[in-house]
Design a protein around this ligand. Sequence first.
Ligand SMILES: [Zn+2]
Ligand SMILES: [Zn+2]
Length: 214
Amino acid sequence: MDVRTFAGGDFAENGYVVACGDTGATVVVDPGASADRMADAITSEGLDLQAILLTHAHLDHIEGVHLIRALDPELPIWLHPADRGWYDGIQQQAAMFGLHVVPQPAPDHEFVPGESFHFGGCRFDVRFAPGHAPGHIILVAPEHDLALVGDVIFQGSIGRTDLPGGDFRTLMSSIREQVMTLPDETVLYTGHGPTTTVGRERVGNPFLLGQYDV
Ligand SMILES: [Zn+2]
Ligand SMILES: [Zn+2]
């Protein structure tokens, strides 16, 4: 599994192009301000794009969906239903930050936590991790020791919980139950900033100190 990061925009959001080994089967996760560069890479390399997967529907993670969908109007768009209100309200979200964005094509597939998403010979397990956003999911690839965790946890930090629908206690439960239960070597690809690992955050994340015996 090849995970490539495309960072950019006012929020320095990380979008990901994930290709499954030699098959070329590819998904885009959280296409934000760098979606034009993601689309260029997919086109120039002839990748077999199969879906757009969204960890949650905050503006910075979805503002480039239309640019990826333009590559293929049949491309499925996956989102957890509890974030659909945020998705459909993208222009109100933009107004909160004094920004303007175009409307986005509607998601047509709903993530079900506990189920898996398959592409090529690869698999993401879907885990429900609300708290930063009400419909936040993370994508775990246990066979590849990695997870795409959106804005649940960052290197040395955690997702903000002051936006509508956010809740600190819920977020901490999600981190404990859905992230820290993964093996220490699991690489975490986050929605902002550098990658980290479960083990590194277990001992070094100030928001988690005291919660684990190390
Ligand atoms: Zn977010
Ligand atoms: Zn974000």
